[in-house]
Design a protein around this ligand. Structure first.
Ligand SMILES: [Cu+2]
Ligand SMILES: [Zn+2]
Length: 211
């Protein structure tokens, strides 16, 4: 079921029927936090500046994922921006989930760049090195195990990550993060539960694409 051999330049995500990707999806749908109260459907992904000054090194340019909510009762917006220079990728993540103010949510890179089926089209955590789920930078972990983001009183949170384990220019499938999905969960990653971190249901999603 892996599609990592897709030529990234083809943006294979839009060519793959969602149905093909649902057959082996492992479930992270349990244990999500509150889905009880009602909020407006998120229909407005953030459209802030388009990244002036984001010059990726070695001509790679930048990449980004525009995040939007997967559930009608949870407004979510955000962006994950990626720049590459000197063999390292820097991610700047901004998310807004007003309903979850003062809470902590997990964010991962999931394997497939498909946000369909309420995020389940993205399948499990991106794990090209076949390691257990864990905490970024400590022992073994999935290459998609970004970690937790604590939201402030207005539901906004940010995270920056700098790594040589990712690339947006190298097509090596163990490093290439293009055409994969950023998933925001309704709960916190415990860094232990396999293979999901026990992070709960998928409340937000966006596909990483070249800018
Ligand atoms: Cu996840
Ligand atoms: Zn993981």
């Amino acid at each position: 079921m892996r599609i990592s051999s897709f030529k990234t330049t083809l943006l294979g995500m839009i060519l793959v029927p969602a149905g093909l990707l649902t057959a082996c999806g492992n479930s992270e749908g349990n244990g999500g936090t509150g889905a009880s109260d009602t909020a407006a459907l998120s229909t407005t992904p953030m459209t802030t500046d388009t990244g002036t000054g984001m010059t990726g090194g070695n001509g790679a340019g930048g990449a980004q994922a525009v995040l939007s909510g997967t559930k009608a009762d949870t407004t979510l917006s955000g962006t994950a921006r990626f720049m590459e220079a000197g063999g390292r990728v820097t991610m700047n993540l901004d998310i807004s989930v007003p309903k979850m103010a003062n809470q902590t949510v997990a964010v991962h890179i999931h394997e497939h760049g498909d946000c369909g089926e309420m995020g389940n089209g993205a399948h499990g955590h991106w794990n090209p090195t076949k390691e257990p789920h864990g905490k970024w930078g400590e022992g073994q972990f999935h290459r998609g195990d970004i970690g937790n983001v604590t939201l402030d009183a207005s539901g906004k949170g940010t995270l920056q990550l700098d790594t040589d384990l990712w690339s947006i220019s190298n097509t090596d499938s163990t490093r290439n993060i293009l055409n994969r999905a950023i998933i925001v969960h309704g709960g916190k990653d415990d860094f232990q539960t396999q293979p999901t971190g026990g992070a709960g249901s998928r409340i937000g999603c966006g596909v990483i694409a070249k800018m």
